[in-house]
Design a protein around this ligand. Structure first.
Ligand SMILES: [Zn+2]
Length: 233
């Protein structure tokens, strides 16, 4: 993949997230490693919405969180991305967003359960970051988020948002949407006050193994990208 192809995919990813209602004014950001260069990543610029990324305003940052290219301003929370990329070589893309149901769920002192198919993707659990509700504006706090993420696919930032990672941008986007869906389902279930029924973990794991493959992520991402491009022209 070329750098331009990676940037175009980043633009599609941001449009998909916006269409899914995962934007929050100009807040939230998505990043992807520069192809063939583990020391840099492309990221959504500050001051623009998720539906306003262009080839020119996307910023390129290094692993110290310093902007090295791009016309846009750098988000102050860049360190969520740089610190995770540094300790998770398996991660190719990162989303930080403030999705409604995920934020609501993050304030409950209960674990995320594999109640639904979307939830099964997170049967190994998610990280929890509860140091502060404040922005993550330093390498130190970014490293704490990376620590809370651990080996998981996502970390809930209490009362603030989520950070989701993927081997690819396709996986990261679909996982972010699945996490929001899983949180919404569990909130609905919790609201009944009744004890939910769970399938055996072997059954859940078998489904998760089928869903967590590149082909499935790519098919769904490509569909959502086509839909977004039709909508946004
Ligand atoms: Zn945030």
């Amino acid at each position: 993949m070329t750098s331009d192809e990676a940037k175009r995919k980043l633009i599609d990813a941001a449009l998909i997230l916006d269409d899914a209602g995962l934007g929050d004014f100009t807040r939230g950001h998505v990043s992807v490693r520069v192809p063939g260069d583990d020391g840099h990543f492309f990221m959504k610029p500050h001051s623009f919405g998720l539906d306003e990324l262009t080839m020119e305003n996307i910023v390129t940052c290094d692993m110290a969180g310093v902007k090295v290219a791009g016309a846009g301003r750098r988000h102050s929370e860049v360190f969520i991305h740089s610190e995770i990329f540094k300790v998770r070589p398996d991660v190719g893309a990162i989303i930080h967003a403030h999705p409604k149901y995920s934020v609501a769920f993050s304030t409950l002192d209960v674990p995320l359960l594999p109640l639904s198919q979307a939830g099964s993707e997170f049967h190994d659990g998610v990280g929890v970051y509860a140091d502060t509700i404040d922005l993550i504006r330093s390498p130190e706090t970014g490293a704490r988020v990376a620590q809370a993420l651990g080996k998981h696919k996502a970390v809930l930032l209490q009362g603030h948002g989520v950070t989701v990672v993927g081997r690819t941008l396709e996986e990261c986007v679909i996982l972010c949407m699945s996490l929001e869906n899983a949180c919404e389902i569990q909130l609905l279930v919790e609201a009944t006050g009744r004890k939910p029924k769970l399938f055996p973990m072997d059954d859940i794991r078998a489904l998760a193994d089928k869903m967590s493959v590149p082909e499935i992520y790519n098919i769904n991402f490509d569909y959502l990208a086509r839909k977004a491009r039709r909508k946004h022209g």
